[in-house]
Design a protein around this ligand. Structure first.
Ligand code: NAG
Ligand code: NAG
Length: 510
C-alpha cells in the first residue's frame, strides 16, 4: 500500500498521468513541428546514459547537455533526429559540446528523473562544472537552433561589445537584450551584473560595454553604471541604476512583458506569449476578430487601459480570433461570443465578458478589481440521454451526481487528447458493466477540458484523475493500477455497507 507523501512525489514523475501544462495547450499544440526524416548515420553522437553511468559521465564534463525522454512521448520522437544532428555538428565544435540522453521513464532511471525534477517529457538540462551547476535548456527544438543556442550557452554569459560590428552581431533587434554599461569592468555593479547574467543566461541574452555611444537607443552620455534593457516593443528600451541582483531580476521580469502582449503564432512572439502565460499576475485577455469594423478603437482602448494598470498586478494580452481557437476553446468560448474579455486571476478563477464594446473594457476591469464580477464557470450542458455504462458528469451535474449523491460513485476526470485516458476508457466500461447489477454503485466520467472543477474536493493535477466518493461522503483518490480487477477491489473496499433492501435484491439476482 502506498502512503500519501509518496503519491505527491510519484506524481512528479508519474508517466501514467497526462500533465496539464497550460503552455502546452496554448502554444505547443499550435506550433509548427516539422518532422524531418532521420538520416540514418552510422555513428550515434548522442551518448546514452543510465542510472549506473550517469554521474560518472556527467562529472567528467565541464559542459554536457542531457535530454530526459520517454519512449512513448511524441515530442521526444520529433526531437530525436534533430538532437542527433545537433550532436553531430557540435562534436566538431571547438571546444566539443556533448549531448546525451536518458530514458527517464525506465523503472531503473526513475530516481534520476526525481532527482533532477523532471516534470514532463522531453526535459533538457545543461550540466556545468561536472554537474555542480544545472540549468534548464530553454532553446529551440530543431538542429540549427539547438547548435546556435548551445554554442552561446557554452561561451561567456555576457558578451563584450567593443565595436559597431559587435553591436550588429550580438544584439538581435527582434528580441530582448540586457546590456550593462560600465565605465570600468570592475566594482560591485559589474560583478553583480555578471552573477545575474550567469544565473539567467538560459533565458536571456546579455552584453556589456564601456562605450554607451555604440548603442543607438537611450542616453549615450551616461557616466554611471547603467542596466539597459533593449526590447522590440513599447518604449524600446528602459534603464535602471539598481545593481542589486534581486532588483535586477525583478526589473528584467517586469520590463520584459509588453504593455499588451500580442497572441500570435509567429516565432518572434512566442517568447512573449510564454512569458505572459507564466506571469504570476492576473491575466487580462481580449479576443477580437481583427476584421471587426471597430478594431482600431478596440486596440487603442485596450492599450490605454493596460497603461492605467501598468505595474498594478495585471498583465494584458490581445489575440485575433482566428489565431486563438485553442485558447477560446480552453475558456469554453465560441467565436460568436467575441469580442470577449477574459480575466484569469492569481488563483486561477476566471471572469468572462462576452460580446463587449470598446467602451465596456475600462468599467468591466474596474468591476473586476473591485471584486464585483461573478466568476465564470465552464460547463458542458447536462446530456439529455445518459444511458451508457459509464455515466457522463458535467460541472452542472457534479453536485447531484457525485458530491451529494446517495450512491457510491467512482469519478474519472479525463481529457479527450490524453492517451492514458483512452487506454483506461474500455477498462472503466468493463468495470461499469460488471457492477451494473449493483444499484448502489455508479461509475462516472467528466471531461476536465470542458468542465471547470471549482470544488476543492478534487485536486486535478493531471489526467486521468480518479476519485471515489462513498454514499456517506468519504472521499478517496485512486492511485492503484488501472486494471478492472484492482478498480473493482478498490470500489468494494471503500464503498459503504449496502442497505438491507439492496443486499436482498442482489441476492435475488444471484
Ligand atoms: C510549417 O513549416 C513549414 C516548413 O517550415 C512551412 O512550409 C509551412 O507553411 C508551415 N505551416 C504553418 C501552418 O505555419
Ligand atoms: C551507460 O550504460 C548503458 C547501459 O549499460 C550503455 O548502453 C551506455 O552506452 C553507457 N553510456 C556510456 C556513455 O558509457
Amino acid at each position: 500500500m502506498r502512503n500519501k507523501p509518496e503519491r505527491e512525489k510519484s506524481l512528479m514523475a508519474d508517466s501514467r498521468v497526462c500533465k496539464i501544462l497550460l503552455l502546452c495547450v496554448f502554444v505547443i499544440l499550435s506550433s509548427n513541428v516539422s518532422i524531418s526524416t532521420a538520416s540514418e548515420a552510422e555513428k550515434e553522437y548522442v551518448l546514452t546514459l543510465d542510472h549506473l553511468n550517469f554521474s560518472e559521465i556527467v562529472s567528467k564534463h565541464d559542459f554536457i547537455v542531457v535530454e530526459f525522454y520517454a519512449l512513448w512521448c511524441g515530442h521526444c520522437k520529433h526531437l530525436a533526429p534533430e538532437y542527433e544532428k545537433a550532436a553531430s555538428v557540435l562534436s566538431s565544435n571547438e571546444p566539443t559540446i556533448v549531448l546525451a540522453k536518458v530514458d527517464a521513464d525506465n523503472e531503473q532511471n526513475k530516481e534520476l528523473a526525481k532527482k533532477y525534477e523532471v516534470q514532463g517529457f522531453p526535459t533538457i538540462k545543461i550540466f556545468r562544472n561536472g554537474g555542480e551547476k544545472i540549468q534548464e535548456y530553454n532553446g529551440p527544438r530543431e538542429a540549427d537552433g539547438i547548435v546556435t543556442y548551445l554554442k552561446k550557452q557554452n561561451g561567456p554569459a555576457s558578451l563584450e561589445i567593443k565595436t559597431k560590428e559587435d553591436v550588429e552581431s550580438v544584439i538581435d533587434d527582434k528580441k530582448i537584450f540586457i546590456l550593462g554599461i560600465f565605465p570600468k569592468f570592475s566594482r560591485e555593479e559589474y560583478e553583480n551584473f555578471m552573477i545575474l547574467a550567469d544565473k539567467l543566461r538560459s533565458n536571456n541574452d546579455f552584453g556589456h560595454t564601456a562605450n554607451a555611444k555604440l548603442i543607438s537607443r537611450g542616453d549615450s552620455s551616461i557616466t554611471k553604471p547603467t542596466l539597459r534593457l533593449l526590447k522590440p516593443f513599447d518604449e524600446l528600451f528602459v534603464d535602471s541604476k539598481n545593481f542589486e541582483v534581486d532588483a535586477m531580476e525583478k526589473f528584467i521580469e517586469e520590463a520584459s512583458i509588453p504593455l499588451v502582449t500580442l497572441f500570435d503564432q509567429s516565432e518572434t512572439y512566442q517568447p512573449f506569449v510564454n512569458k505572459f502565460f507564466s506571469s504570476p499576475d492576473s491575466k487580462v485577455m481580449l479576443f477580437l476578430n481583427y476584421d471587426h469594423e471597430k478594431q482600431d478603437l478596440f486596440k487603442s482602448t485596450f492599450h490605454e487601459v493596460a497603461g492605467l494598470y501598468k505595474g498594478k498586478g495585471l498583465v494584458f494580452l490581445m489575440g485575433d480570433v482566428k489565431d486563438s481557437e485553442n485558447v477560446l476553446e480552453y475558456f469554453g468560448l465560441k467565436k460568436d461570443q467575441t469580442p470577449a474579455l477574459v480575466v484569469q486571476d492569481t488563483k486561477g478563477v476566471k471572469y468572462v465578458g462576452q460580446n463587449v464594446q470598446a467602451g465596456h473594457i475600462a468599467p468591466w476591469l474596474k468591476d473586476f478589481t473591485d471584486g464585483k464580477l461573478k466568476p465564470y464557470i465552464k460547463s458542458e450542458p447536462i446530456p439529455e440521454t445518459n444511458d451508457e455504462p459509464v455515466k457522463v458528469v458535467v460541472t452542472k451535474s457534479l453536485k447531484d451526481m457525485v458530491l451529494e449523491s446517495k450512491k457510491n460513485v467512482l469519478l474519472e476526470i479525463y481529457a479527450p487528447w490524453c492517451g492514458h485516458c483512452k487506454k483506461l476508457a474500455p477498462i472503466l466500461d468493463e468495470v461499469a458493466v460488471s457492477l451494473e447489477q449493483d444499484p448502489d454503485v455508479v461509475i462516472t466520467k467528466l471531461d476536465g477540458t470542458k468542465n471547470d472543477i471549482v470544488d476543492d474536493t478534487f485536486d486535478v493535477k493531471g489526467y486521468p484523475t480518479l476519485y471515489f466518493r462513498s454514499s456517506s461522503g468519504k472521499i478517496v483518490s485512486y492511485d492503484g493500477d488501472r486494471t478492472k480487477e484492482d478498480l473493482i477491489e478498490f470500489i468494494q473496499k471503500n464503498r459503504d455497507a449496502t442497505s438491507e433492501s439492496t443486499s436482498d435484491s442482489v441476492k435475488d439476482e444471484l
